[in-house]
Design a protein around this ligand. Structure first.
Ligand SMILES: NC(=O)C1=CN([C@@H]2O[C@H](COP(=O)(O)OP(=O)(O)OC[C@H]3O[C@@H](n4cnc5c(N)ncnc54)[C@H](O)[C@@H]3O)[C@@H](O)[C@H]2O)C=CC1
Ligand SMILES: O=C(O)C(=O)CO
Length: 329
């Protein structure tokens, strides 16, 4: 099979793992960082694309394609409506713990004012930041409430990690009655129509739902207005789930306590700029900003490479694939 790989992280660290595990002998084309037009040309006679993103032009001309293996969980950047009906789309997981650890880290950075304290200390000022009336006193996490929007791979690991620190957790999910693992210590699980109640009650709100028509702009000005003035918003899912202008205004006017943003409204490859945002979030001191970095660990990518290799082996052997998000007809 001809397999086109465009994911730069998998290419850098896991090419050997991908090309082993029952997939030897295939014709791998490593195209990370190459222009979209070149990738599209390479896909004309390819069997498999392993990628985080695919343009409609790539999909239009990929006539031999049988499988698009997304290298992450979200497949919002795969043009399902343009892909031929025979193409199967699979995704991968293994990121839940790494992202939950990131959520704990950035929540603590915000609640304990790590960035302003560290910046002052670097500039040679030892005196306690708490004596500066412009910097609110740090807050501990134990006993505070974390509100998790979505209870999939990430949401569940966030609940496990934060309740282990003594936080109280509540969540909204589409079907609040569906069974959940018994070890999840949740005070309350509501349907997604109870989102406002979660926002009102939470000290930390974590966004972990996929991007879809239903979740675009889910956290808008009205929803931000419901949040507590000290509340922190952590978005590790996708940028457009939160309204960019409304969030910037809420942070700049200190109507919420702070935000940790790992995901953005635009992506460098889309040609919209390299910061991922059009409002100056990088000038605010109540934010922690990371470039889609929350899942970047050896554990995440090692697990993903193994899953993708195994699925390619199954495809070659004519066996059923795992993690199918759209079955080719
Ligand atoms: N920052 C990063 O590096 C990463 C970001 N992501 C993003 O996070 C999203 C979630 O990832 P996982 O938890 O692994 O996916 P998942 O598929 O395991 O869980 C998503 C959950 O959200 C629920 N959901 C969907 N719409 C909802 C709504 N309107 N209200 C409440 N719940 C809703 C689903 O039923 C599901 O339980 C992905 O789709 C992706 O966009 C995923 C992995 C890494
Ligand atoms: O898995 C995903 O959806 C990501 O965003 C990147 O790992």
């Amino acid at each position: 099979m001809k397999i086109v790989l465009t994911d730069p992280v998998l290419t850098r660290f896991f090419t050997a793992e991908l090309t082993a595990a029952g997939t030897d002998g295939h014709d791998w084309r490593l195209m990370a960082g190459r222009p979209d037009a070149e990738v599209a040309e390479e896909l004309v006679d390819a069997d498999v694309l392993v990628a985080a993103r695919m343009t409609p032009a790539m999909a239009e001309h990929a006539e031999r394609l049988r499988l698009v293996h997304v290298t992450g969980a979200g497949y919002d950047r795969i043009p399902l409506d343009v892909l031929a009906p025979g193409v199967t789309v699979c995704n991968t997981f293994h990121h839940g713990r790494s992202i939950a650890e990131h959520v704990v880290m950035v929540t603590m950075m915000l609640s304990r004012r790590v960035l302003p304290v560290e910046r002052r200390f670097r500039s040679g000022r030892w005196e306690s930041v708490v004596l500066d009336s412009s910097v609110p006193l740090g807050l501990g996490l134990a006993g505070r409430t974390i509100g998790v929007i979505g209870l999939g791979e990430i949401g569940r690991q966030v609940v496990r990690a934060t309740t282990a620190l003594g936080m109280r957790a509540r969540a909204v999910r589409r079907d609040p009655r569906a069974p959940l693992p018994a070890d999840l210590r949740l005070d309350r699980v509501d349907g997604d129509d109870e989102l406002d109640a979660l926002l009102e009650a939470s000290d930390v709100v974590v966004v972990t739902v996929p991007l879809s028509a239903a979740t675009t702009g889910l956290i808008d000005a009205d929803r931000l207005a419901v949040m507590r003035p000290s509340a922190l918003l952590v978005n590790v899912a996708r940028g457009p789930i939160v309204d960019e202008d409304a969030l910037y205004e809420a942070l700049a006017q200190r109507r919420i306590g702070g935000a940790a943003l790992d995901v953005w409204w635009s992506h460098p490859k889309d040609g919209v700029g390299t910061r991922g945002h059009s409002r100056p979030f990088h000038t605010l001191d109540n934010v922690v900003l990371t470039p889609h970095h929350s899942g970047h660990t050896a554990e995440t990518f090692g697990g993903r490479a193994a899953d993708i290799a195994a699925n390619i082996g199954r495809l070659a052997a004519g066996e059923p694939l795992t993690n199918v998000v759209r079955a080719g007809r």
